[in-house]
Design a binder for this molecule. Structure first.
Ligand code: KIV
Ligand code: ZN
Length: 512
């Protein structure tokens, strides 16, 4: 029988450490629910001690998501571990993941601790974590640059204390596949109690080898857990991409001979959700989830595909959740057809009220746009999930004028609390004018970090999806808005970001 490969998703923890990718609690719960539909085995929901916001997000996910194991990261100290345990209290199945650096460089320069002190702290941390759960993961941080004998001492000791998963972390993406896989193999062969734990790989993509290193860790090293993120999101060059690991293991089952529990048809929806919420666009040629991943432009390829798909396709687009960009609904479609399409897309709205609200937005869009694609429906739902009755700022209407050689002007009518305001300004182009108009009343003093526009579907009728990233007093937020009129989409995105800055429940950026 084939072994199972455990898929440990850390989009909400290591992925979020990517500068600018911070997510609100509600957004994290949405992603966690989608990860549950994707059937990942473990969700690392955050780092409880990093901020009150992270703590609340883990708590909310632990209460909302039942199937996967919910995990919190914690440094190797009692305070962090207690915080993780508290946040995980409601989880059906919980894991505490504790870590401490073991490389000479990190111990000396960062921790200013001797190897013996690090060893003792690792032992104490695992012993303490075991009081809260019997599922404890230990990561020697910067393991791939650690001294082999010292690593053996630390790992043997923490397994003795009850660590059930050992994560061989390539923290700075220094590993190369053969070496990384062989070191892991040697660790498992040398450490006498290595068979008492599941071995895990955790790779960063600084040299573009995170997926290759992870797979070498599995095939050569015998790891049976891969830590990864959707779209490879993560600090610097990112983490191992979940979709690439899953489809490599599934497509080349002949080679890997491992079982995975993932529902691959949910991959594209998950990728789009993460990209939309974080504002991190997916490059068109990205494996599996890039817009061109299954597009065949050359005549020879197209001819081959028409004769036999497997001439140029090693995977089927529909197996990872790509639909054929078909027109699915229109102006005359009813609520039932809309609801059924949501189901087919794997979108589960929480209540009938939410379905009604999303349907109203859909009708609104169908009035402006004749052809509604799956991607439009996803954007409509995302917008509905982003908006709250309690939003402080709301867009009422926009009037905007641009003329060659003239400065653009805009009038934005919006509500601020319970007052309606009409804001007028000029700007260097249409978007600048509407942002200036909004700011003439709001005076947020936020710094604009990112403004990006993406056409959701093909054609000039396409909705533009705008992401705006704002920063103020150490907080970074993303606002997203979609509309066939990109000026309106920009206003929606700007107002959505302002609402997040205004909301008190959001957290500081949780960098370790
Ligand atoms: O990269 C890393 O070392 C980590 C650990 C905390 C597992 O993310
Ligand atoms: Zn990491």
């Amino acid at each position: 029988m084939a072994d199972k490969l455990i898929i440990f998703d850390t989009t909400l923890r290591d992925g979020e450490q990517s500068p600018g990718a911070s997510m609100t609690r509600d957004e994290k719960v949405r992603i966690a629910r989608q990860l549950e539909r994707l059937k990942v085995d473990v969700i690392e929901a955050g780092f409880a001690a990093a901020s009150p916001g992270d703590f609340e997000s883990i708590k909310a996910i632990a209460a909302a998501v039942r199937e996967p194991i919910i995990c919190s990261l914690s440094r190797a100290n009692d305070r962090d571990i207690s915080r993780a345990a508290e946040a995980l209290e409601k989880a059906q199945r919980k894991r505490i993941h504790t870590f401490i650096a073991t490389s000479p460089l990190h111990m000396e320069m960062k921790l200013r601790m001797s190897p013996d002190q690090v060893l003792e702290q690792a032992i104490q941390a695992v012993r303490f974590a075991r009081q809260f759960t019997d599922d404890v993961e230990f990561s020697p941080e910067d393991a791939s640059r650690s001294d082999f004998d010292f690593l053996c001492r630390v790992i043997e000791a923490v397994i003795k204390e009850g660590a059930t998963t050992i994560n061989f972390a390539d923290t700075v993406g220094y590993g190369v596949p053969e070496l990384y896989g062989n070191t892991l193999k040697r660790l498992r062969e040398t450490i006498p109690n290595s068979d008492k734990a599941i071995w895990s790989v955790h790779c960063h993509n600084d040299l573009g080898m995170a997926v290759a290193n992870s797979l070498a860790g599995v095939m050569i090293g015998g790891a049976r857990q891969v830590e990864c993120t959707i779209n490879g999101l993560g600090e610097r060059a990112g983490n191992t991409a979940l979709e690439e690991i899953v489809m490599a293991v599934r497509t080349r089952k002949d080679h890997f001979n491992l079982d995975i529990g993932i529902d691959t048809t949910q991959i594209v929806a998950t990728s789009k959700m993460v990209s939309q919420i974080t504002g991190f666009a997916v490059q068109p040629n990205k494996a599996i989830v890039g817009a061109n991943a299954f597009a065949h432009a050359s005549g020879i390829h197209q001819d081959g595909i028409l004769k036999a798909r497997n001439t140029y396709e090693i995977m089927r687009a529909e197996d990872v959740g790509w639909s054929a960009n078909k027109i699915v609904l229109g102006k005359l479609s009813g609520r039932n057809a809309f609801k059924q399409r949501l189901q087919e897309l794997g979108i589960a709205l929480e209540s009938e009220t939410e379905v009604n609200a999303a349907f109203a937005r859909f009708k609104d869009l169908a009035d402006k746009k004749a052809e509604i694609f799956d991607e439009d429906i996803m954007a409509v739902v995302a917008e509905e999930e982003h908006s709250h009755d309690a939003d402080h700022y709301r867009l009422v209407s926009i009037s905007q004028h641009s003329e060659t050689g003239e400065r653009s002007s805009a009038v934005v009518v919006m509500t601020i609390g319970d007052r309606e305001k009409s804001c007028i300004a000029q700007g260097n182009g249409a978007v600048d004018a509407i942002v200036n108009a909004i700011e003439s009343e709001v005076k947020s003093e936020a710094e604009l970090l990112l403004f990006s526009i993406n056409a959701i579907t093909a054609g000039t009728q396409s909705q533009g999806e705008v992401t705006i990233r704002l920063s103020k007093a150490g907080r970074i937020v993303n606002g997203v808005g979609a509309d066939p009129d990109i000026v309106v989409a920009s206003a929606k995105a700007y107002i959505s970001a302002l609402n997040k800055l205004h909301s008190k429940v959001e957290k500081l950026n949780p960098q370790i």
